[in-house]
Design a protein around this ligand. Structure first.
Ligand code: NAD
Length: 509
């Protein structure tokens, strides 16, 4: 059941000039791990190892942090004028745009994302660089005057070596979301990309070199989270960690960073609701909620993976939704017709399939429910729809991170709100209604960092990005990213007389 396949399974597409080995990038050099070890990287269509990546450990992180620290303390980057850094970062964006097709090809091959969606993510990566390159030039800071007595201003400074730890869903774009503001503000960085998808991250080194980023400003250490990631989190010379990944990894990182009192930005998991009221434009709501959970293979932090539908339109919605889910095109990631590709890794595939088995006893399956026809191998999952799912079901409460959706009916606004907020996560929410007052009232009561009214996840890079509850701590986006990656030092200047009481005035010298 469910998911239209693009037909017979073609042999997997192997991009030309695929490397079979990738290394760390430290102080402007490509280097192997100190202990010489590597780990295997699979492609999600064949699940065969196509690449060996250097497996970073504490010694490799030490080298990378030392290089980044040297570049921060002695190099030009933190001291350049914002306009000068901005020019370099616009060149980064130009290069990413010029190579968008190649980037998308490699990303799609490594992650299983459909090629058209990988292309969109490559362009978004370029836009992230442009946005923060512009923002630091336009940056203003506060100054305050106490008339006749004091002038006070904010001196904004880069912090030092930023540790950036990223997940495997849309890897290149999410790396750019951290690299852009960290570099624009004059920090130097060590990036630890996800071990399932290291391929596109390895392209940053060449892009930065070509754009004119000085050696040591960008450093990259591949490796497992518990090894390379953990060493970065615990490194005393890394005052900032920006992390995107699972909530339980975030908890661990929070604890491990605590002894060093690091600055932390945590963008974590989600189980976001899409609430469809009876007065909504159902055509638009069905289209958007299909896209909202099945795009990016459902491996999307802001996926609308719970759909709450008002009882009056519930049956109609379910019928149309299930029919639509059957039409979603599952295919090889490199095929431009593909809408859902292969999940990133067999371990993740097994996790998603496990949830589908759980869902069979928790809800009523109306589409999908396992492997799509025509894909006996590879990490394929048919777009899967469970309806009549009760709120205590695991498939309602837990993040599945695949093409699986739970649909639940509600009667009143109060009930919809309780259902929407009744999970541990609070990343995004989507509301479909034509009643203006209800839309705003409802949106403001949602436990969600980001709400879209009558819309899918369409980002405005100036707005705050972040979650509440188990979905994250802190916000990035626009000036909030600049705030995270900078110190804001307050400098106080006395005007006129020195204003202070003199101690010991009554005693003789
Ligand atoms: P993950 O937490 O398993 O891994 C993320 C990164 O952390 C990887 O680079 C990994 O190697 C590293 N890591 C793992 N253990 C570590 C440790 N002990 N110390 C330091 N680093 C460690 O997450 P994932 O499976 O790669 O990504 C999927 C998750 O990311 C989902 O939960 C998704 O919702 C979330 N996500 C959130 C956002 C957001 O903006 N809120 C965006 C994308 C993805």
């Amino acid at each position: 059941m469910g998911g239209t396949s693009t037909g017979t399974v073609a042999p997997r597409h192997l991009p030309a000039d695929l490397p079979d080995r990738i290394r760390h990038y430290v102080g402007g050099e490509h280097v192997d791990s100190v202990d010489g070890t590597t780990f295997e990287v699979l492609d999600p269509v064949s699940n065969e190892t196509y690449l060996h990546a250097a497996a970073g450990k504490a010694a490799d992180v030490d080298r990378a942090v030392a290089a980044a620290r040297r570049a921060f303390e002695d190099g030009p980057w933190p001291r350049l004028l914002p306009r000068e850094r901005s020019r370099v970062l616009h060149r980064v964006a130009d290069i990413v745009e010029e190579r968008d097709a190649r980037l998308a090809e490699l990303e799609s091959f490594d992650s299983g994302l459909p090629i058209t969606q990988a292309l969109g993510q490559a362009r978004r990566a370029a836009e992230n660089f442009r946005f923060f390159a512009d923002l630091v030039v336009a940056q203003t800071d506060d100054a305050f005057k106490v008339p006749g007595r004091q002038l006070n201003y904010v001196n904004r400074k880069p912090i030092g070596v930023a540790g950036l730890i990223t997940p495997w869903n849309t890897p290149f774009m999410l790396e750019s979301w951290k690299l852009g503001p960290a570099l624009a503000t004059g920090n130097t960085v060590v990036l630890k990309p996800a071990e399932f998808t290291p391929l596109s991250a390895s392209l940053w080194a060449g892009i930065f070199e070509e754009a004119g980023v000085p050696a040591g400003v960008f450093n990259l250490v591949h490796g497992l989270g518990e090894e390379a990631g953990d060493a970065l989190v615990r490194h005393p010379d890394v005052p900032l960690i920006s992390f995107t990944g699972e909530s339980r990894t975030g908890q661990l990182i929070f604890a491990n960073a605590a002894p060093h009192l690091k600055g932390l930005s945590m963008e974590l998991g989600g189980k976001s609701p899409a609430v469809v009221f009876a007065d909504a434009d159902l055509d638009a709501a069905v289209d958007a909620t299909i896209f909202g959970v099945f795009s990016l293979n459902g491996e999307r932090c802001t996926a609308g993976s719970r759909i709450l539908v008002q009882r009056e339109v519930y049956d109609e919605f379910v019928e149309r939704y299930a029919a639509h889910a059957h039409r979603v095109v599952v295919g090889l990631p490199h095929d431009p017709a593909t809408e859902v590709g292969a999940l990133v890794h067999p371990e993740h595939h097994a996790k998603v399939m496990g949830y589908i088995e759980i869902g069979r006893s928790e809800g009523r399956l109306v589409a999908g429910g396992g492997r799509p026809e025509g894909f006996p191998t590879g990490n394929y999952v048919a777009p899967t729809v469970f309806v009549d799912v009760p709120p205590d079901a695991r498939i309602f409460q837990e993040e599945i991170f695949g093409p699986v959706v739970a649909i639940t009916p509600f009667d009143t606004d109060e009930e919809a709100l309780a259902l929407a907020n009744g999970v541990r996560y609070g990343l995004a929410a989507y509301v479909w209604t034509n009643d203006l007052r209800r839309a705003h009232t409802f949106a403001q009561s949602l436990d969600a960092g980001m709400v879209w009214l009558n819309s899918n996840n369409v980002r405005d890079l100036r707005t705050p990005f972040g979650g509440v509850k188990a979905s994250g701590l802190g916000h990035e986006g626009g000036y909030r990213s600049i705030d995270f990656y900078t110190h804001q030092q307050a400098v106080h200047v006395t005007l006129g007389e020195v204003h202070q009481p003199t101690f010991g005035k009554g005693r003789r010298p």
